[in-house]
Design a protein around this ligand. Structure first.
Ligand SMILES: [Ca+2]
Length: 424
């Protein structure tokens, strides 16, 4: 796309609205090159360079999102950051980016990996950081996998390992679906061929929960809005954060993938993430913070059909990242077929990421949510859909998703990952 500039270090990329006197505003792309301190304006419709010029060293830091500034005799307004580097640069001063600030707590996991790709590359999201929790695999494995997912996405974020165990129960993993590594389908022989060490992306503060709380509160204060805390694994870390740092409550909104208001997957009425740590989910539901549940009932409608595979191949082209996804999702398809008799595997976790940025694509209902912690139904998410209990709603439950719109957003994010993935 950026033929004149591909061999130079691209630091940030923005969508901008350009207004010339007496003419209608047009939408264009602006790229900043840190190596030369130059910016380039590119016509979004013609894909050609319109102008290129040197700018002061602090140009990007001072060009705030949503602010207008004169350039080339035109008025330019940055409307969105288009890549991870741009978002990182722009968040240096804690500006209001008109994007959704998000913290992702996850246990990669195939669908967690897609959630990371969507969170990093959806233009409406600023992903502040990632924490991990044991679930699909051990904490050490899912933490490595989170870093590996960021690497594949061509992005850098700090990954902070959270809890090795549920609050009360023994850990349980899900190797039958996600494999021994948690990202089955990519062998250790594959990773041996890749020049990537997860360790530098993983930070291990003395008090990881204090660190996570502090980062979320700082982002919330800087933007004067709640941070979307998206949980795509067991809710152990979220419960610990809420109990240890109650001041966090006014700074977050929780969106979690998990639960069901019909039948479960790993229990008759229990979904895996909640069944792993029902006590944690009960604490989160009763915490008083805004909570949205994206349940199995919705995520089971989002499956990787043959048509989706074709759309993905067309959207991404024949790249190494596409090959990697084919391997991963092929493994996921096999295990889902074997264990749950699905023709095509459902993609749970990115649905919660999408809700956090595009709730208008979902149908929802306000309900009272309680989590069963006892007996054979431990982990059941009891959603009072008809208001029988006469209790005030404490949660929003999603009941339907615009599935084609989900895939459009997911594949657009993968196409952006394609441009930055070091394998390509
Ligand atoms: Ca997960």
């Amino acid at each position: 796309m950026f033929s004149t500039s591909d061999n130079q270090e691209k630091r940030a990329e923005f969508s901008v609205s350009v207004q010339e006197e007496g003419r209608k505003a047009s939408s264009q792309t602006m790229v900043f090159f840190s190596a030369t301190n130059e910016i380039e304006l590119i016509s979004s419709t013609r894909q050609t360079t319109l102008r290129r010029t040197r700018v002061p060293e602090n140009f990007i830091e001072s060009a705030k999102i949503g602010y207008s500034f004169p350039l080339f005799g035109r008025e330019i307004c940055i409307t969105a950051a288009l890549n991870a580097e741009a978002r990182t640069v722009c968040s240096v001063e804690g500006e209001d980016l008109s994007t959704v600030p998000m913290w992702l707590d996850c246990d990669p996991g195939h669908d967690d990996m897609l959630a990371i790709m969507l969170a990093v590359h959806h233009p409406g999201i600023s992903l502040i950081g990632i924490s991990t929790v044991q679930g699909n695999q051990t904490l050490a494995k899912v933490t490595d996998n989170a870093a590996r997912s960021l690497f594949l996405a061509g992005a850098k974020r700090d990954v902070i390992p959270g809890s090795t165990d549920p609050i009360l129960r023994a850990p349980q993993q899900c190797a039958e679906i996600h494999g021994e590594s948690g990202l089955g389908g990519l062998t250790s022989a594959f990773w041996d061929t890749v020049d990537f060490d997860p360790e530098p992306m993983i930070i291990r503060p003395e008090s990881p929960f204090a660190e996570i709380a502090q980062r979320i509160i700082s982002a919330s204060k800087a933007r004067s809005c709640r941070v979307k805390l998206v949980a795509t694994g067991a809710q152990t870390n979220i419960a610990i954060l809420l109990k240890a740092f109650p001041e966090l409550k006014k700074h977050i909104e929780v969106v979690f993938m998990g639960g069901t208001y019909n039948m479960g997957n790993t229990g008759s009425f229990s979904e895996f993430n909640i069944q792993c740590d029902p006590e944690a989910a009960a604490i989160v539901a009763a915490s008083g913070v805004p909570v949205t549940m994206v349940p199995l009932d919705v995520t089971h409608t989002v499956t990787i059909t043959e048509a989706v595979k074709t759309q993905m191949a067309e959207g991404m082209g024949a790249t190494k990242l596409h090959d990697v996804l084919v391997k991963l999702l092929g493994f996921f398809e096999e295990t889902y077929r074997e264990v749950f008799h699905f023709d095509h595997p459902p993609v749970h976790d990115p649905c919660a990421v999408l809700f956090a940025v595009a709730p208008e694509l979902f149908e929802t209902k306000a309900v009272h949510l309680a989590v069963e912690t006892q007996g054979m139904c431990a982990g059941a998410t009891c959603c009072d859909m008809y208001g029988f209990q006469k209790q005030e709603p404490n949660a929003t439950v999603c009941t339907k998703l615009d599935v084609p719109a989900f895939w459009d957003a997911m594949i657009a994010a993968l196409a952006r990952a394609n441009k930055l993935c070091p394998l390509n």
